[in-house]
Design a binder for this molecule. Structure first.
Ligand code: SF4
Ligand code: SF4
Ligand code: SF4
Length: 277
């Protein structure tokens, strides 16, 4: 009898939607459990096995104490897979990097916020540990998860599409939203989700990260054509990819500051900040 590879799921700063996608997938693809043994998956089971070979990590690293836990997982696992945009790119968590941590903590948790919760600028897990494979998206695409797991189990290295989302969108024979007056980041976004958002009439927001030849200058021109200001375009570019632009430094195709300005206020929100006790 062959032993099944043991896999484990871990979550850091995230909404847990990518793990939920895996659970949902298992409802229709239970056969996956014939191939692997899940030893730890907090969202799905109470057992907590520490003997695993493959670790799927969801979420960004957003505090000092995350680092030790990430290093511990890396030490145990032969293969580490970043699950979803938060782990892969920093994702929407890295939007807070625009402001000082004190400013964000006070905004979210009130005037004693900075003492209440540990926090620092959000990063993808690859900023702390070596990552062997990535499953992009917010949330992940379940069929891509399945495909990548199959490749890993066959001992093959998964590769992501290196072409733009528009290619998949054209295969689906969708009318282009950018020609219909709706902004879409498909020309600069990495394919692989089967152009799901444009197929349902919503512009792509770049949750899978950029493809290698992304032309931001041309994309900005298209978005200006929709009447968007440069600040609004920057907001779209950075929604999932703030961390990547921060690390491009002066090369980042962005017109607004990416790093914290000391006393810059956070934008007003339609959501009320929690009332202080
Ligand atoms: S990538 Fe999106 S769906 Fe997945 S955990 Fe992060 S916020 Fe949630
Ligand atoms: S709708 Fe978006 S993804 Fe589709 S062809 Fe147009 S720009 Fe590309
Ligand atoms: S269409 Fe764009 S925003 Fe939507 S899932 Fe695909 S990459 Fe993400």
């Amino acid at each position: 009898m062959t032993t099944k590879p043991k896999i484990a799921f871990f979550d850091f700063t995230s909404c847990e939607g990518c793990q939920l996608t895996v659970i949902d997938l298992l409802q229709t693809h239970l056969g996956l459990l014939d191939l692997v043994e899940i030893v730890q998956f907090r969202e799905a089971m109470s057992e907590k096995g520490e003997d695993y070979q493959i670790a799927f990590i969801e979420g960004s690293c957003t505090r000092k104490s995350d680092e030790a836990r990430l290093l511990q997982i890396r030490e145990q696992a032969s293969l580490v897979v970043a699950l979803g945009a938060c782990a892969h790119l920093g994702g929407i968590n890295a939007l807070k990097n625009r402001w000082t941590i004190e400013n964000v903590q006070t905004y979210v948790y009130g005037k004693n916020g900075k003492d209440a919760y540990e926090s620092y600028p959000a990063r993808p897990i690859s900023a702390v540990i070596k990552v062997d494979a990535v499953i992009p998206g917010c949330p992940i695409d379940r069929y891509e998860f399945l495909r990548i797991v199959q490749l890993i189990l066959q001992g093959r290295k998964p590769r992501l599409p290196d072409y733009p989302l528009c290619v998949e969108c054209k295969f689906k024979e969708n009318a282009c939203l950018n020609t219909l007056g709706k902004p879409c980041l498909g020309p600069i976004t990495r394919a692989g989700c089967n152009a799901i958002c444009p197929t349902y009439g919503d512009g792509c927001e770049g949750c899978r990260g950029w493809h290698p030849e992304a032309n931001f200058t041309y994309m900005r021109e298209i978005l200006r054509g929709h009447g968007l200001s440069d600040a609004e375009i920057d907001a779209r570019f950075t929604m999932f990819n703030h961390y990547q632009f921060q690390h491009m430094g002066d090369e980042a195709p962005i017109t607004t500051p990416l790093s914290p300005l000391k006393d810059e206020p956070l934008p007003t929100s339609t959501f009320a900040a929690p009332k202080e006790a």
